[in-house]
Write a protein that binds this ligand. Structure first.
Ligand SMILES: C[S@@+](CC[C@H](N)C(=O)[O-])C[C@H]1O[C@@H](n2cnc3c(N)ncnc32)[C@H](O)[C@@H]1O
Length: 217
């Protein structure tokens, strides 16, 4: 499969389930206090860059619920997603915010234009060999000192760099947090903190989840 094939398959898969996704996950941060804390830290770090911190892109924003959360934290946030149906729902739910259809691997954003990038569970469908191009794009659009908060599921142990899994929507990939951080570093994105959280006993998938903060050196 080429990069374009993957993007098209992901887009079609999310177009098909967008309204169900929006309904199921509209309050997804409600029972995730640790994640809200990390989003709060991310917002503070962005704002500390001065003059409001610059624009922040929620890349792979889905129906825009977390973009709106970032806006509520005082950030100039906008969303980008490959799925036109997701973007339509985001615009409808949050008419005051900007949402654009686009690909994380080829963003219509200028070099160094952003104070922050959020990627919440949006690189999970990117095949491992295509992730370097996405990280290069994140690094290109961030200003020096710009912040990245990226979230993904962890592999079962450090010996496994990546593991594919049968996600409900499309094939997805877990990453060893150390390998993931090393790949970010190779693209000039340096880790500053990470939170690894355990699944609840009732979760369908018993994967650890990683929230990793990095900055553009
Ligand atoms: C699991 S959902 C996460 C949505 C949202 N970030 C959230 O936290 O609920 C993954 C989203 O990433 C988008 N996506 C996946 N690959 C993408 C790509 N290469 N470029 C842009 N969006 C992408 C999908 O269309 C989907 O809306």
């Amino acid at each position: 499969m080429t990069e374009l094939d993957t993007l098209q398959a992901t887009r079609e898969a999310y177009d098909a389930i967008a309204s169900t996704y929006a309904r199921l996950f509209h309050d997804t941060l409600g029972d995730r206090p640790w994640e809200r804390a990390l989003l709060g830290a991310f917002a503070e770090l962005v704002r500390s860059r001065g003059e409001g911190g610059g624009e922040v892109a929620d890349l792979g924003c889905g129906p825009g619920h977390v973009t709106a959360h970032l806006h509520g934290l005082g950030l100039r946030a906008f969303g980008v997603d490959a799925s036109p149906v997701m973007i339509g729902l985001a615009r409808e739910a949050h008419p005051g915010l900007r949402f654009e259809v686009g690909s994380m691997a080829a963003l219509d954003i200028g070099d160094g234009a952003l104070g922050g990038v959020l990627s919440r569970w949006s690189v999970i469908h990117t095949p491992p060999q295509e992730l370097p191009a996405v990280f290069a794009e994140f690094a290109r659009v961030l200003a020096p000192g710009g912040q990245l908060l990226i979230e993904f599921p962890a592999t079962d142990g450090p010996d496994q760099e990546t593991q594919a899994y049968d996600h409900t929507v499309a094939t997805a990939y877990r990453w060893s947090p150390d390998r993931f951080a090393a790949l970010l570093r190779e693209h000039g994105l340096r880790e500053s903190a990470r939170l690894v959280s355990e699944p609840k006993p009732t979760d369908r998938r018993q994967f650890q989840e990683v929230q990793l903060l990095a900055y553009k050196a």
